[in-house]
Unconditional design. Structure first.
Length: 324
């Protein structure tokens, strides 16, 4: 989310990974030979690993996570134990993060945070020019919360213009706090834990390829809803990047349906960029919009409903409950 000094707007982005239709291979065949549970994700160098193995590892991890979430819901202890062992055998979150880091390397399409920076360009340029024209009155930097961060050196770092806080379920290095966004203190947390660098809230919230990591549809809805609690202003702008197949080839989600879900939360769609693999979108958050939406009788809960029938589709879905 980014709040401009002149317009009181905030921008956030949510990026999710493409969901593949292909069936997962056996863990043995899917396990990349150059990844081990001892490997450490690096932001500077990557082992020579084929994109096929990277994709297979990521896909296998997602499939096992989904099955594990279902087993936990069913309290199936033997299955939970089995799936946890299988996840661990593939290197767990550490290997998944390494595969994702490799997937983001320059040779594989580059740092996706550049899209966010591109969309924030006019905001950044305004701040740069204000900073140079009034050097004695420093402009407060854009406060960015990057959720699901694997690197501290991406395009979001712009000296004197941005300040970035990075969190992940598993920290892969200094500068990335180990924290779960779903329990991370919100700016108005009563014990003050939500204050960062002396201030409450963020101007930009980035969830790059994170939403699709959430193994169940309700959890995704809850994550989207939770994003709205982190803005420093009630009026904000939000950016969302979703994988193309999750939006363009799902039985349960389309770009239009996502727009309706986001609108119910107070988000207005600003921009979209779709590549073969990814679907980026930028949204503005305005708390008052949600108030008006509800007043006008707008839908506030979204169940699992087939809206895009057809063969060869995936089941990526977002469910929004009243209490999510
Ligand atoms: C596919 S990686 C994406 C990394 C990077 N943002 C990118 O665009 O390449 C997804 C990351 O999101 C993290 N993640 C998923 N759910 C999270 C949560 N609730 N809180 C913090 N991090 C989370 C995972 O641990 C994982 O490292």
């Amino acid at each position: 989310m980014v709040r401009t000094p002149t317009s009181n707007t905030t921008t956030s982005r949510i990026l999710a990974k493409p969901k593949s239709n292909s069936k997962s291979k056996s863990l043995k065949s899917g396990r990349p030979p150059l990844l081990s549970s001892n490997s450490t994700p690096s932001t500077t160098s990557h082992p020579s690993i084929s994109s096929k193995h990277t994709r297979t590892l990521i896909r296998t991890h997602h499939v096992l996570q989904k099955r594990l979430a279902a087993a936990r819901l069913a309290n199936d202890t033997p299955l939970i134990n089995e799936l946890e062992s299988r996840l661990s055998a593939t290197g767990g979150l550490q290997s998944y993060q390494l595969a994702s880091t490799v997937g983001q390397s320059a040779t594989r399409g580059g740092d996706s945070s550049r899209v966010l920076v591109h969309w924030l360009r006019s905001e950044i340029d305004t701040r740069k020019s204000l900073t140079s024209s009034t050097p004695t009155t420093p402009i407060p930097p854009l406060r960015i919360l990057e959720v699901g961060a694997l690197s501290t050196t991406n395009a979001l770092n712009i000296p004197n213009i941005t300040t970035v806080r990075r969190i992940d379920l598993r920290s892969s290095g200094p500068g990335i706090e180990e924290a779960d966004f779903m329990t991370f203190p919100t700016p108005n947390d009563p014990d003050g834990k939500g204050i960062w660098q002396g201030q409450k809230g963020y101007d930009v919230l980035s969830l790059s390829l994170v939403l699709n990591y959430v193994p169940d549809a309700r959890g995704r809805g809850a994550m989207l809803k939770r994003t709205t609690k982190f803005f420093s202003e009630f009026k904000s702008t939000s950016k969302t990047l979703l994988p193309a197949p999750t939006l363009h080839n799902s039985r349960y989600l389309t770009p239009e349906h996502l727009t309706t879900i986001m609108a119910s939360l107070g988000y207005t769609h600003l921009h979209t960029k779709t590549t073969q693999k990814l679907h980026y979108s930028l949204w503005r958050y305005d708390r008052d919009k949600r108030v008006v939406w509800i007043k006008d009788g707008g839908q506030t809960t979204f169940a699992k409903k087939e809206i895009n029938p057809g063969g060869g589709r995936n089941n990526f879905c977002i469910i929004l409950d009243e209490d999510s």
